[in-house]
Design a protein around this ligand. Structure first.
Ligand code: UDP
Ligand code: MN
Length: 380
C-alpha cells in the first residue's frame, strides 16, 4: 500500500470520527431547542450569521483579477502586504532568471501549496497567474511551440487520436503549434482535423523490441528532431507521453526556459518515497534531490530541451555499456538531469493528474489527465 493510500485511509477514519461527534452534538442541541423557544431564536440567528459569512466573497489584499480565484491584479506598484504562502522569496525582485511575464505571478495567492523552489523558480498552480497576461505576452513575442509525442505499436490506435484532438482544444490555444508524431506506422495517422494555426508532421521511427527502450530512446529521437527541424521553426518544445488527455487549459503560462513537472503521486509525499535510481553503478544514481519529476511532460526552449535530451541519452548509453538500467528508465535520467540543472519553471500536478489519486484539496483545476493504462495488451 502506498504512502498516499495509507494517508487517505487515515484521513477518512478521522473524518468519520469527527462526523460522529458533530452528529451527536447536533442531536443534543435539537432536543434542547424543542424545549425552549428563545433558544430556537438564538440558534436561528447564529445559523443566519454563519450563512451570510460563508456566502460573502472575501478579498485578498489588492482585490481579485479577471480570472477566477486569482488575486494577482493588485497593481505592480502596490507594496506587497499579503501572506507569502509557502514561498520564501521576497515580493520583489522575485524570480530568477528575470522573465518579465513571470513577474506578474502572485506567489502569495496560494497559501496551501509551495509556489516557488529554493532556487527561485515558480511552481505553477491555479490562481497564481492571469492567462490573458501570458497569452498576450507570448503572442506579442511571436512564440511558437513544438509538441513531440510518440505513438509506437498499439499506443497509436489506443491513445493518439484522443491526445491530439484534446490538445487542439486545450494546449497553447492562440499560439502556433506543430505536433511532431513519431511512429512506426505513419500510414495509420489519419483523420486528424486540426484547428487553424496547427500543423502535424509524422516522422517514421524504428520500433525497439523492449518497451523500456522505446521509452528511453525517445531522448535520442527528440534530440535529432530538434537539431534537424524544430530549432529552425519553434522557440519552445514540449515533450509528452501519448497516454494522456487534455481536459483544461494547458496554456502559455507553462512556457519557460526549462520546464519540469511534479509527479502527481509524489508532490505531497516525503523525500524518502521518491523512486530515484539507487544503483551506484548507474549514471542516474541519486541519493537525494529536490522533487520527484514526471517524465510524461517536460519542455522549454529548444536549446534547453536539446541539452536535456542529449544529456539523458549520454547517461542511458553509458548505462547500456555498463550493463545497468536505471530503475524508471528515462524518468530516472530526467530526475538526475533536473537535480544537476535546475528547471526555471515547475508545473504543479494540475498539469498531469492521475484520476486514480482521487480528489485532492490543492488541485482546483485539472489540465491534463492520465489515460487508463493497459500494459498487458499494449506492451505485449
Ligand atoms: N511508447 C509507445 N509505444 C510503446 C511504449 C511506449 O509509443 O510500446 C511511448 C508512448 O508515447 C508512451 C511513452 O512512450 O506514452 C512512455 O511509455 P508509457 O506511457 O507506457 O510509460 P509510463 O506512463 O507507464 O511511464
Ligand atoms: Mn505514459
Amino acid at each position: 500500500m502506498s504512502y498516499y493510500r495509507i494517508d487517505l485511509v487515515f484521513r477518512l477514519i478521522v473524518a468519520a470520527c469527527r462526523m460522529n461527534f458533530v452528529l451527536n452534538v447536533g442531536r443534543r442541541l435539537l432536543s434542547k431547542m424543542r424545549q425552549c423557544s428563545r433558544l430556537r431564536l438564538l440558534y436561528g440567528l447564529c445559523f443566519l450569521l454563519l450563512f451570510i459569512f460563508i456566502c460573502t466573497p472575501r478579498r485578498v489584499a489588492g482585490g481579485a483579477g479577471a480570472y477566477p480565484s486569482m488575486h494577482w491584479a493588485r497593481g505592480r506598484n502596490t507594496p506587497w502586504t499579503g501572506f507569502q504562502g509557502k514561498c520564501h522569496l521576497p515580493p520583489s525582485p522575485k524570480l530568477k532568471p528575470v522573465n518579465h511575464v513571470d513577474d506578474s505571478l502572485d506567489l502569495g495567492s496560494r497559501t496551501d501549496v509551495k509556489t516557488c523552489t529554493t532556487w527561485g523558480a515558480p511552481i505553477m498552480w491555479d490562481g497564481m497567474f492571469d492567462p490573458d497576461v501570458y497569452d498576450k505576452h507570448h503572442i506579442k513575442m511571436g512564440a511558437s511551440v513544438a509538441l513531440t509525442v510518440f505513438a509506437i505499436g498499439r499506443y497509436l490506435e489506443t491513445y493518439l487520436m484522443d491526445f491530439l484532438s484534446s490538445a487542439d482544444r486545450h494546449f497553447m490555444v492562440g499560439l502556433p503549434v506543430t505536433y511532431y508524431v513519431f511512429t512506426d506506422a505513419p500510414e495509420n495517422v489519419t483523420g486528424v482535423n486540426l484547428k487553424a494555426g496547427r500543423t502535424l508532421e509524422t516522422i517514421m521511427v524504428k520500433r525497439h523490441k523492449r518497451w523500456q527502450d522505446i521509452s528511453m530512446m525517445r531522448m535520442e529521437t527528440i534530440a535529432d528532431a530538434i537539431q534537424t527541424r524544430i530549432r529552425h521553426r519553434h522557440r519552445y518544445v514540449f515533450c509528452m507521453d501519448v497516454d494522456q488527455v487534455f481536459v483544461g487549459r494547458f496554456g502559455s503560462e507553462a512556457l519557460g526556459d526549462s520546464v519540469a513537472l511534479l509527479h502527481s503521486s509524489f508532490y505531497n509525499t516525503p523525500q524518502e518515497t521518491y523512486t530515484y535510481d539507487r544503483q551506484p553503478n548507474s549514471t542516474a544514481y541519486m541519493e537525494t534531490g529536490d522533487f520527484y519529476y514526471h517524465a510524461a511532460v517536460f519542455g522549454g526552449t529548444w536549446q534547453s530541451v536539446r541539452n536535456l535530451t542529449e544529456s539523458c541519452l549520454r547517461g542511458i548509453m553509458t548505462d547500456k555499456r555498463n550493463g545497468v538500467e536505471a530503475l524508471w528508465h528515462d524518468e530516472s535520467h530526467l530526475n538526475k538531469y533536473f537535480w544537476l540543472h535546475k528547471p526555471s519553471k515547475v508545473l504543479s500536478p494540475e498539469y498531469c493528474w492521475n484520476f486514480l489519486n482521487g480528489p485532492s484539496r490543492e488541485i482546483h483545476v485539472k489540465r491534463l489527465l492520465w489515460a487508463e493504462k493497459h500494459y498487458d495488451i499494449l506492451r505485449s
